[in-house]
Design a protein around this ligand. Structure first.
Ligand SMILES: [Zn+2]
Length: 283
């Protein structure tokens, strides 16, 4: 189980419809929401990975204590949620170094895991992304959707953990969850997939993935558990639907249902066991 910790106004969909700086000074909800998520996980004996944006952590460093203090994993979601498709190798390295520098300033244990904003690891950049992450000390990446979607995904990439990169320096890739169904790869990774799919169907698809030997990597965002996005003035109906539908109470219900039915591990434990499987996943 993983959470991408960012504010709702930092998503690619919102920034695409907003003027630069439109949300400067906007009150951040992540500290409160992360606390709520941590409490919810703890009550159920579940552990998870939180991929946190550098700029958010710099402004709200208490988030790290909340996550680490309960035995969850603090990992890296890049600095300011810029897509890797808009970066070259040098600017990606700068972005990562800026994050690691903050981690050091805050005396935090260096992160093992990285997730690219908007799942923007592609066929075109995966080789240098892997080399840069490995050089910076990362053990794993979890940014690849193994199915071609409109905005992201690498078609036909492995659905089990694999080594990302073709050079000497590689990282373990933990691809986002899909469920094999009638020859198709059905995304079941969480987030919008969790909000738009009936809960019982989502659980059944995940169960099918587990039965097929997969270790599904699930994600969602703290803002999806907040009061539903009500579409502040000026946003398109498509964005309001995409970002708001199913959020709030329904997401808490969905998360509870998942945690009742499946064990949740920090992703680091899956990556550390590669090419084997974590003990609890051998049953
Ligand atoms: Zn994100």
């Amino acid at each position: 189980m993983s959470f991408d910790v960012e504010e709702w106004f930092q998503t690619a969909a919102v920034t695409a419809e907003s003027a630069p700086g439109a949300f400067d000074g906007k009150r951040r909800r992540s500290p409160f929401l992360v606390d709520e998520l941590v409490r919810f996980l703890n009550e159920r004996g579940a552990r998870a990975t939180f991929f946190v944006l550098g700029d958010l952590l710099a402004a709200e460093p208490g988030i790290a204590g909340s996550i680490l203090g309960s035995g969850h994993e603090l990992a890296c979601h890049g600095w300011g949620h810029q897509s890797l498709k808009e970066m070259n190798r040098a600017s990606f390295r700068e972005d990562i170094e800026k994050c690691l520098s903050l981690w050091d300033t805050l005396s935090l244990p260096r992160p093992s895991g990285y997730r690219a904003p908007s799942f923007s690891v592609t066929d075109g950049n995966s080789a240098w992304v892997a080399e840069e992450l490995s050089s910076a000390g990362f053990l794993y990446d979890s940014s690849v959707f193994p199915v071609a979607l409109i905005r992201y995904g690498i078609d036909n990439s492995p659905i089990l953990p694999y080594e990302l990169g073709d050079g000497a320096r590689k990282v373990v890739e933990l691809p986002l969850a899909i469920s094999p169904f009638m020859g198709l790869r059905v995304p079941v990774a969480g987030g919008a997939w969790m909000r738009f799919t009936p809960l019982h169907l989502h659980s059944r698809l995940l169960r099918r993935a587990v039965c097929k030997g997969l270790i599904p990597v699930i994600y969602s965002h703290p803002w999806e558990y907040d009061v539903p996005f009500d579409g502040e003035s000026g946003f398109s109906p498509v964005l309001r639907l995409r970002q708001g539908r199913g959020s709030g109470k329904r997401m808490w219900k969905a998360l509870g249902r998942l945690l009742d039915r499946f064990e949740s591990l920090p992703l680091m434990e899956i990556a550390s066991a590669y090419p084997g499987r974590p003990e609890s996943c051998k049953r």
